[in-house]
Design a protein around this ligand. Structure first.
Ligand code: FAD
Length: 403
């Protein structure tokens, strides 16, 4: 089968890998508009569930991703006028750049033809065209009315930055300025860099002149606001460095249909998930798994594409709901700002509104160091056990951070 993926993000590259693994005779091409090695995002987080899936589908790339990932083992919440509080949980983070490099290398090893600097806006000729060209998909736009694409804009403004300050663990930081609250979601993703996503309401954004300042001046203002969190390090805005603007509103993309003849949507082109729950990359790669399974089943293409869409829509529902609740919490964040420290961080952790009462009691008790250390040890053991059960056991990988 001749397969062309338009877009060499996580979805496109991973699907190319899986299609080749399923049948080396497939002729698989990935067309990516950026030059090799160029991407604007920073690190992304993921959890054990994705690693389990990656090891099940391709242990080779899974091992490389796991080895390159940074581990963190709790959340910290820092807010002006409140003591630091802690939330249980652990996860992984990896630079988007590194992830794409691992997937691109793996795809090339398997014989995928990756053509960088190929900006495509017309549907290419192939047996199967996978439109994985991101939230603003040009392929989808070719037939927008067929796909029934709709885009809801989130209210808050955000910017995806990086910094050489290495955070100890996943940190939410809230600063109260003369204009109102502004906050960040930050986490280390290698031993020298952290992701630093800044978010605020549009009113605060304008009042702090972030709507008018150019990239460098905007970063300088944010460095002043968040100085006590950054250990003297700068904030880096790749998009501004490339002449673009980094501030955005989140675009929630949905589509009524995901396929049109031999063209199928995948990843952010099909659906986006707010970064507040850090799952878009995971969902994009799980789309790739589901599409690869459907194509490998040998069913006629229309049936395979229908099965893929059906499976993924069902899987997406709970996460989409959680993402919406989460992004709405951040839109209402100033309403929670007067809560005492532990209640504020609990409201943040329970922003999806799902926790039973015992979680609150656990939260209060784990603000003290001994119960917190005990809980961290228990979660660490769980992480270790889960890793041990994977096809390629990863025992002995040291914790890079927060350990
Ligand atoms: C601030 C922020 C933080 C995030 N944090 C996380 C996180 O922590 N964890 C997580 O799981 N997810 C996170 N995400 C979401 C994640 O980045 C996306 O969901 C994920 O990248 C989707 O993968 P994709 O392959 O579908 O699309 P993309 O990653 O957008 O890739 C699409 C590719 O297509 C290329 N392309 C576009 N148009 C064309 C064209 N016309 N021709 C050829 N190529 C084209 C693009 O250059 C790009 O390489 C975050 C998103 C944002 C905005």
């Amino acid at each position: 089968m001749r397969i062309t993926c338009v877009g060499g993000g996580p979805a496109g590259l991973y699907f190319a890998v899986l299609a080749k693994l399923a049948d080396p005779a497939h002729d698989v091409t990935v067309l990516e508009r950026n030059p090799a090695g160029v991407t604007y995002g920073w690190g992304v987080v993921f959890w054990d569930d994705l690693l389990d899936d990656l090891f099940a589908y391709d242990p080779v790339s899974a091992r490389r991703i796991s080895d390159a990932a940074c581990r963190w083992d709790e959340y910290e919440v820092r807010a002006t006028g409140k003591s630091v509080s802690h939330l249980p949980g652990y996860g992984f983070s990896l630079g988007r750049h590194k992830l794409l490099s691992i997937l691109g290398t793996r795809a090339s090893e398997l014989g995928v033809d990756i053509r960088y600097s190929s900006d495509l806006s017309v549907v290419p000729d192939a047996d199967l065209v996978v439109a994985c060209d991101g939230a603003g998909s040009a392929i989808r736009s070719q037939d927008a009315s067929h796909f029934g694409a709709s885009v809801d804009m989130g209210r808050n403004k955000y910017i995806w930055l990086g910094t050489k300050h290495v955070f100890d663990t996943f940190t939410f930081g809230f600063e109260k300025t003369h204009a109102g609250w502004i906050w960040y979601h930050a986490y280390p993703f290698d031993d020298g860099t952290s992701t630093f996503i800044v978010e605020c309401t549009p009113a605060v954004w304008s009042a702090l002149e972030l709507d008018r300042l150019d990239g460098a001046a905007g970063c300088a203002r944010l460095e002043t606001i968040f100085a006590r969190h950054l250990g003297g390090e700068r904030l880096i805005d790749h998009r501004a460095e490339a002449g673009g603007t980094g501030w955005m509103s989140f675009r929630r993309v949905t589509n009524q249909r995901w396929d049109n003849g031999n063209v199928v949507l995948m990843g952010d082109a099909a659906h986006t998930t707010h970064f507040a729950i850090g799952s878009g990359t995971k969902l994009a790669m799980q789309d790739a798994m589901a599409l690869a399974d459907a194509v490998a089943s040998g069913a006629p293409l229309p049936v395979a594409l229908e099965r893929y869409e059906h499976r993924r829509r069902a899987d997406l529902v709970p996460l989409q709901r959680a993402a919406l609740a989460s992004s709405e919490w951040f839109e209402r964040m100033p309403e929670y700002a007067d809560l005492p420290s532990a209640q504020f961080s609990y409201a943040l952790s329970n922003r999806r509104g799902e926790y039973p009462l015992w979680r609150y009691l656990l939260h209060l008790s784990t603000q003290r160091s001994v119960p917190r250390a005990m809980l961290r040890s228990a979660l660490s053991a769980r992480r270790w056990n889960r890793a041990r059960r994977r096809p390629d056991a990863e025992m002995g990988v040291p914790l890079l951070t927060g350990g």
